[in-house]
Design a protein around this ligand. Structure first.
Ligand code: SF4
Ligand code: SF4
Length: 173
């Protein structure tokens, strides 16, 4: 067994005054530094078309939903957050969702559903806030997910701009 002999501290050393003053000086300096803390919720996070917020379903100007219930987003979702039941419709698109749910507590905002969708029907909105009083309330249904396509247009323009960039760089190489 090794016994470590510690140095006996003097009375002044046991008051730890230098350390106390050093700590106070750090606190004082920090008080006059520029504030870097966001005062949420008064100060909101800035959002734009690049923001990958919660996914939403685009609704056309004539109030029809774009989704054709193909299930590709459901298959692409790594978090198993999407549940779709399709139904037949007399519209030109033939199918549309009867039930479309996204469990927002599972969603990791990865954007795979947006990438998988062949109809530009599911898009990452700039909506980031998520709060409610029960888990059930955070499973968003069709009505909660619908947004007019005009509200999602900046995101749509952005993803088309991105894919054009990739297309032009691959054709020039
Ligand atoms: S953003 Fe990702 S996790 Fe969320 S629903 Fe879409 S694919 Fe699933
Ligand atoms: S991939 Fe698009 S069209 Fe297909 S089910 Fe999902 S949202 Fe609807």
């Amino acid at each position: 067994m090794v016994i470590v002999k510690r140095k006996e501290l003097s009375f002044w050393e046991r008051l730890y005054l230098p350390e106390v003053f050093q700590g106070l000086s750090i606190t004082l300096r920090a008080m006059f530094r520029k504030n870097v803390t966001r005062q949420y919720p008064e100060q909101k996070l800035e959002v734009n078309e690049v923001t990958r917020g919660q996914p939403r379903l685009a609704v056309n100007a004539d109030d029809t939903i774009r989704c054709v219930s193909c299930g590709l987003c459901e298959a692409a979702c790594p978090a198993y957050a999407i549940t779709i039941d399709g139904q037949e419709t007399d519209r030109f698109i033939e199918r549309e969702p009867e039930r479309f749910e996204i469990d927002m507590l599972r969603c990791i905002l990865c954007g795979f559903c947006e990438e998988a969708c062949p109809k530009d029907a599911i898009l990452m909105s700039d909506e980031l806030e998520l709060a409610d009083f029960s888990r059930e309330a955070l499973v968003y249904d069709l009505e909660k997910l619908k947004r007019p396509v005009s509200a999602l247009q900046p995101r749509l323009d952005y993803i088309y701009k991105l894919s054009n960039r990739w297309n032009s760089s691959s054709s020039s190489s």
